[in-house]
Design a protein around this ligand. Structure first.
Ligand SMILES: *Cc1c(COP(=O)(O)O)cnc(C)c1O
Length: 378
């Protein structure tokens, strides 16, 4: 029975424990006894599979409407495993202003194994199409982008992928399956940093992947087991616990984001606000069509870089910290934190310059967050 996502989220892990546990137990066992020669309970060794991780992986597959889910020890563990699908000499098209760690692993690690990458503005389908080469194998899209919140047309990218036989990979960390389901728009692989909204409480590091199609699922499962960056049972349980309130958190956080985006737009020291939920945002219409909402991440630009240290020091509620998606609001300075590994001239060209700040709105009262920003901008 296909349920409303609210029901699905609240019920994760329920009705699958043999003793009737409502909260699915943490199976702290690295190995599992075989009932007889050549027999298995379905679990043999926890790198390969663990009941608590399995409960999470099944839930993710269902939430993203894909064939199979996979849980990893971090978002980067998930991305490493995805990139291992490719071979020397193959070429990928990747969103240009994306998570700094994804940029770093492509440029510093996979480049040494001969994986070629072109970074593209994924909000522009013509640019993407022009960069497709004979040995291009996949398009890896982050939308909204990080930190400039550009929106990619996921259906348009899916039709490019179909036409050229490319694997369609989408990083859905910023929106979660509550707001956007890339697999239903034609993607083959969805990846999440579960550290962010899925966990939602700034207390666990995790990665999640969902793939579409049995053949890809089998291939990807072998890679997950071979590379071994799998999520432990305790952390799997924390993500399950977090997911139960995903919809409630996401709604509250999104409401805060819109209010704060609107307030920032009126502030004399703020020169630009990037939030796809603002009607003048260039991706607004696309986002409205392909997703249920706009998320709770926004970036803004202040008049001068000299204001940044004072703002970051003066905030009393919003913490100056990396990461995003949790119930506590965080602010980052992409130039020196999340995007420090992107060369200065590339960053500046992309607009990730020294005046840009990124906000992850939590579930606090909007009036308190606005009050905090107001006093820090004074
Ligand atoms: C944080 C993040 C990652 C990396 O995930 P980790 O859990 O930190 O390894 C990947 N993509 C996006 C969009 C992220 O925000």
């Amino acid at each position: 029975m296909k349920m409303n996502i609210l029901t699905e989220l609240a019920q994760i892990g329920n009705r699958r424990d043999p003793y009737g546990a409502i909260s699915f137990p943490v199976y702290h066992s690295s190995t599992f006894a075989h009932p007889g020669f050549g027999q298995s309970t379905g679990f043999d060794y926890s790198r390969t599979g663990n009941p608590t991780r399995q409960a999470l992986e099944d839930a993710m597959a269902s939430l993203e409407e894909g064939t199979k889910g996979f849980a990893f020890s971090s978002g980067m563990g998930a991305i490493t495993t995805i990139l291992s699908l490719f071979s020397q000499g193959e070429h990928l098209l990747v969103t240009e202003d994306l998570y700094g760690g994804t940029y770093r692993i492509l440029e510093e690690v996979f480049s040494r194994f001969g994986l070629q990458v072109t970074f593209v503005d994924s909000s522009d389908l013509d640019t993407i199409a022009k960069e497709i080469r004979p040995h291009t194998k996949a398009i890896f899209t982050e939308t909204p982008t990080n930190p400039l919140m550009k929106i990619a047309d996921l259906k348009g990218i899916a039709s490019l992928c179909q036409k050229h036989g490319l694997l369609n990979i989408v990083d859905n960390t910023f929106l979660t399956p509550y707001l956007q389901k890339p697999l239903t728009l034609g993607a083959d692989i969805v990846i999440h940093s579960g550290t962010k909204y899925l966990g939602g409480h700034n207390d666990v590091v995790a990665g999640l992947v969902v793939v579409q199609g049995e053949e890809l699922a089998a291939r990807f499962g072998r890679l997950q087991n071979s590379l071994g960056a799998t999520l432990g049972p305790q952390d799997s349980w924390l993500i399950i616990r977090g997911l139960k309130t995903l919809a409630l958190r996401m709604r509250a956080q999104e409401e805060n984001a819109l209010q704060i985006a609107q307030w920032l737009e009126t502030h004399p020291l703020v020169t630009a606000v990037y939030y796809p939920g603002l009607k003048h945002h260039p991706g607004y219409a696309t986002q409205l069509e392909q997703a249920r909402g706009f998320g709770a991440m926004l970036s803004f630009r202040v008049k001068s870089p000299s204001l940044i240290p004072e703002i970051l020091k003066s905030l009393k509620i919003i913490s100056y910290a990396e990461s995003l998606g949790g119930v506590e609001s965080l602010i980052t300075y992409p130039a020196t934190q999340t995007h420090a590994d992107i060369p200065h001239e590339v960053r500046t060209r992309l607009g990730v310059d020294d005046c840009l700040l990124r906000l992850s709105l939590g579930i606090e009262a909007a009036e308190d967050l606005i009050g905090d920003l107001e006093q820090a901008l004074k």
